[in-house]
Design a protein around this ligand. Structure first.
Ligand code: PBG
Length: 325
C-alpha cells in the first residue's frame, strides 16, 4: 500500500487543534455599523435586519455602551436624515445627524474609534451617491460635496473617514480637503472595491437610500470583474488611501485574497446587510446554527485576507468570543 500523510494527527483534540490554528477571530477585528436618526426616543428595529436598530441621539449611548463593554474597538456611523435635497446638503451640515452623533459618541467614549461613512445617497432626494443632471450621476461635480462632507465629519471628531461613494477621484479630493482644513492626521479607509450588489437591499431599507431612478451600475463595480478591483485599489492608494475595503464580503473572498497578495495596506471586508439578513432568516427558521455559521463566515473573511471586518454580527460574535451564550 502506498504510504499516505496522516493529517488527522494534528486534529486529535482541541489542545493541538488550537495550537496549530492559523487564524484567530477576536473582538478587536470588528467595526460595528450603527444607524442614527433624527427625532427622540427612537430605538426601532430594521425589519429586514433583526437585531439592528435605528437610534435617535438620546438613545444612542445605550447602544454604544454595549459595544464598548463587549470589547469592540470601533463603530461606523450611518446617518438617516429627515430632510433630503438634490445635492445632499444635510450630509455636510455642521449640525447634521452624523456630525452630532460623532460629537456625542467621542465625548461619551473618547477611546472608541469612530469612523464616518462619506457618501451622499442617504442625503439626496434621488438616492444616488453623487449629484445628478439629466438622469446621470456627475462625477467631478460630486467631488467637492463629498470633500466638504468628509471635512465636516473630521471637524465633528471622526477618527477615520470611510468614503463609499465610488466616484472617481474621491480619495484625492477628500485627502486634499482634509489636509487643507488641518486634518492631515485623519486617515482614509477607502471603499475602493465596491460592487453593484443585490446584497445591499436591507441596508437601503434601513438607510432609506434606494436610488429613485436607475441603479448604481455606472459607478459601483460589475460583480463579474476581478482584475478591475486591482485597478480600483491601486488608484485609491496612489491618491492617498491609508486602508482599503472590499464590499460585499461573502461573494468576494477571492477579491480580498487578491488585494491582500498585491497590496501591503490594512484591508477591511464589509459583511453587508444582505449577508446578515440571510443568516438571520435561516437561523430564525432553525435551519442553521447561527453562532457556528457567523463565526465560520467571519473567520473565512480573515483567512481570505481581511484585517478588519465591518459586520452587523459584531455584538453577537463578540459575546460568543467572550464565552457568553
Ligand atoms: C452607500 C452604502 C451602501 C452600503 C453602505 N454605504 C450601499 C449602497 O446602497 O450602494 C451598504 C451596506 C450594507 O449593505 O450593509 N453609500
Amino acid at each position: 500500500m502506498k504510504s499516505f500523510a496522516r493529517h488527522r494527527r494534528l486534529r486529535q483534540n482541541e489542545s493541538i487543534r488550537s495550537m496549530v490554528r492559523e487564524h484567530h477571530l477576536t473582538t478587536r477585528d470588528f467595526i460595528y455599523p450603527i444607524f442614527v436618526v433624527e427625532g427622540s426616543g427612537i430605538r426601532q428595529e430594521v425589519p429586514s435586519m433583526p437585531g439592528v436598530f435605528h437610534y435617535s441621539l438620546d438613545r444612542l449611548n445605550e447602544e454604544v455602551d454595549e459595544v464598548v463593554e463587549s470589547g469592540i474597538p470601533s463603530i461606523i456611523l450611518f446617518g438617516v436624515p429627515e430632510s433630503k435635497d438634490a445635492c445632499g446638503s444635510a450630509a455636510h451640515a455642521e449640525n447634521g445627524i452624523v456630525q452630532q452623533a460623532i460629537r456625542q459618541v467621542k465625548e461619551h467614549h473618547p477611546s472608541l474609534y469612530v469612523m464616518a461613512d462619506t457618501c451622499l445617497c442617504q442625503y439626496t432626494d434621488h438616492g444616488h451617491c453623487g449629484v445628478v443632471a439629466e438622469g446621470e450621476v456627475l462625477n467631478d461635480e460630486s467631488l467637492s460635496i463629498l470633500a466638504r462632507t468628509a471635512v465636516s465629519q473630521a471637524a465633528a471628531g471622526a477618527d477615520m473617514i470611510a468614503p463609499s461613494n465610488m466616484m472617481d477621484g474621491f480619495v484625492t479630493a477628500i485627502r486634499h480637503a482634509l489636509d487643507e482644513a488641518g486634518y492631515e492626521n485623519t486617515p482614509i479607509l477607502s471603499y475602493a472595491v465596491k460592487y453593484a450588489s443585490a446584497f445591499y437591499g436591507p441596508f437601503r431599507d434601513a438607510a432609506h437610500s434606494s436610488p429613485q431612478f436607475g441603479d448604481r451600475r455606472t459607478y459601483q463595480m460589475d460583480p463579474a470583474n476581478g482584475r478591475e478591483a486591482l485597478l480600483e485599489a491601486a488608484s485609491d492608494l496612489d491618491e492617498g488611501a491609508d486602508m482599503l475595503m472590499v464590499k460585499p464580503g461573502l461573494a468576494y473572498m477571492d477579491i480580498l485574497r487578491r488585494l491582500k497578495e498585491r497590496f501591503d495596506v490594512p484591508l477591511a471586508a464589509y459583511n453587508v446587510s444582505g449577508e446578515y439578513a440571510m443568516v438571520k432568516a435561516a437561523a430564525e427558521k432553525g435551519w442553521i446554527d447561527e453562532k457556528g455559521v457567523v463565526l465560520e463566515l467571519l473567520t473565512g473573511m480573515k483567512r481570505a485576507g481581511a484585517d478588519l471586518i465591518l459586520t452587523y454580527h459584531a455584538k453577537d460574535a463578540a459575546r460568543w468570543l467572550n464565552g457568553e451564550e
